[in-house]
Write a protein that binds this ligand. Structure first.
Ligand code: NDP
Length: 319
């Protein structure tokens, strides 16, 4: 494997990575972007979303994969070099930094990390790819909740954290009723969020309950519920099942190289994309556990590229 040289290497190909690439390439930094390969399709989480209706600029909505194709094309238009490879290792101990993929290695003056996060899914029969995943089972109410298949239906949100409450209350706009299915008798969510769910007339919390199976011929039609304390089982009509059991940032390969929170999210200096290592920037869902939207990921991708350009210029590496 020959080692190549780059001013900027961007790791990850979601809205954050491609936006960083658009800005960096327009600043003549000739960025190299590792798009991923075995880790999943280039484009990140939006590749598994159907209609994106909240991304500004598309009043009629746009499909997730098509939106990402636009991002991708816009990045190459200004000279971004796309590398279809997964980064397996980085070395930030000496500068220029090493970024090693399975088949490609780069020495980079600056690294932008935009590896995103993966919504956790549970191993429930009926919810897997090829079953009812994306046919009424999803892991993002804000992305998918407004779809017609969920209107005026009984929807089930799994989880007891802030995300679960946020998703459940969001879904009340469309649903007949939203059931929050939580495995314990106490919510993990903050008190203020808990209150929001408890007081909402359209939200009912099913305590000590799990979903054991999801049925439906083409879309979700039924959920099998089980009370984990009493063992009582129940079969109910359902129009949708939403996982809200947390996200996992894709940052395993960074452990020991930059500062991460215990949850794996990348630590950045407040209001910037600067990590604990000089000339290493982080953007998108890999550093943001709060907003996690395509538009905020794109926004922080832009910030990372501008900050990178300024720091490289200050060191005389860029104009
Ligand atoms: P959390 O990790 O806080 O919550 C995950 C929930 O999923 C928990 O209730 C957990 O149950 C449940 N869960 C996990 N695994 C399973 C399983 N195998 N079976 C059934 N249930 C399971 O993740 P969130 O995404 O909710 O929140 C992440 C972070 O983001 C938090 O810090 C949160 O405060 C923040 N956030 C803030 C928001 C806001 O301020 N508006 C909005 C959304 C998130 P259990 O409780 O039993 O462990």
């Amino acid at each position: 494997m020959t080692t190549k040289r780059a001013k900027v290497v961007i790791i990850g190909s979601g809205p954050a990575g491609y936006t960083a690439a658009i800005y960096a390439s327009r600043a003549n930094l000739e960025p190299v972007l590792f798009e991923g390969f075995f880790s999943g399709p280039a484009g990140g989480q939006l590749m598994t979303t159907t209609d994106v209706e909240n991304y500004p600029g598309f009043p009629e909505g746009i499909s997730g994969p098509l939106l990402m194709e636009h991002f991708r094309r816009q990045s190459t238009r200004f000279g971004t070099i796309l590398v279809p490879d997964d980064v397996v290792e980085v070395d930030f101990s000496s500068h220029p930094y090493t970024v090693r993929g399975k088949n490609n290695e780069y020495l980079a003056d600056c690294v932008i990390i935009s590896t995103g996060a993966t919504a956790k899914r549970l191993d429930i029969p009926g919810t897997h790819d090829g079953e009812l995943w994306q046919k009424g089972v999803t892991a993002c109410a804000v992305c998918d909740g407004a779809m017609p298949i969920f209107r005026e239906k009984d929807l089930y949100v799994i989880g007891g954290g802030d995300s679960a409450i946020e998703e459940a209350t969001f879904l009340t706009k469309f649903a007949k009723k939203v059931y929050l299915v939580h495995r314990r008798d106490e919510l993990r969510a903050s008190k203020i969020m808990q209150q929001r769910a408890i007081e909402h007339p359209k939200v009912e919390i099913l305590w000590d309950t799990v979903i054991t199976c999801v049925d439906g011929e083409h879309v979700v039609e039924k959920v099998h519920l089980k009370n984990v304390k009493t063992g009582k089982e129940e079969l109910r009509d359902a129009g949708g099942v939403f996982f809200a059991v947390g996200h996992k940032p894709n940052t395993g390969f960074l452990k020991g190289h930059i500062d991460l929170y215990d949850t794996g999210y990348i630590k950045v200096e407040n209001g910037t994309t600067r990590t604990s290592k000089e000339l290493v920037f982080a953007c998108g869902d890999a550093m943001d556990h709060v907003y996690r939207q395509a538009i905020t990921a794109a926004g922080t991708g832009c910030m990372a590229a501008i900050e990178a350009e300024r720091e490289l210029a200050a060191r005389g590496i860029a104009e």
